[in-house]
Design a protein around this ligand. Sequence first.
Ligand SMILES: [Zn+2]
Length: 164
Amino acid sequence: MWFLFFLDKPRFKIDGFAQEGAMNRQSRCAHCRRRFAPNPRVKSQRFCSNTPCQRARKAQWQRDKMATDPDYQANQRDARQTWQRQHPDYWRHYRRRRPDYRERNRLLQTHRDQTRRAKPLAKMDASGAVTFVNPGIYHLIPATGEALAKMDALPITCRLIPMP
Ligand SMILES: [Zn+2]
């Protein structure tokens, strides 16, 4: 009898310690990188409760789902096609509302063409990674695709600043 008691006691202590540890544990949000106290009822919570982070969590979930679940993929495609049937003029009107959209697409296409044509300039060692930018007016285009349709290309002017 004392033997069982002896076995049980340390185990109880370990459980108590583990629970306490979980309550004090802080996670780092996968989106904003801030520390947050995870909800103990949510298993392996990776995002804090801020709205942008929850939006990012949902977007991540949808990307994963699209990549791994053929049924979800088909449902999304059907929903998109239904929506497009019901809103046939959306993109035409969008282009009319946004005269910069066509220009932007043209710039993106030019950029893609140039990237495809571009060959590595030369074998570069770690110390020799130099990028040459010609002075002129450039359009800043976001590198990732997610917000492409929503964002304007920002015209910026690049000037050469001579080194002293
Ligand atoms: Zn966050």
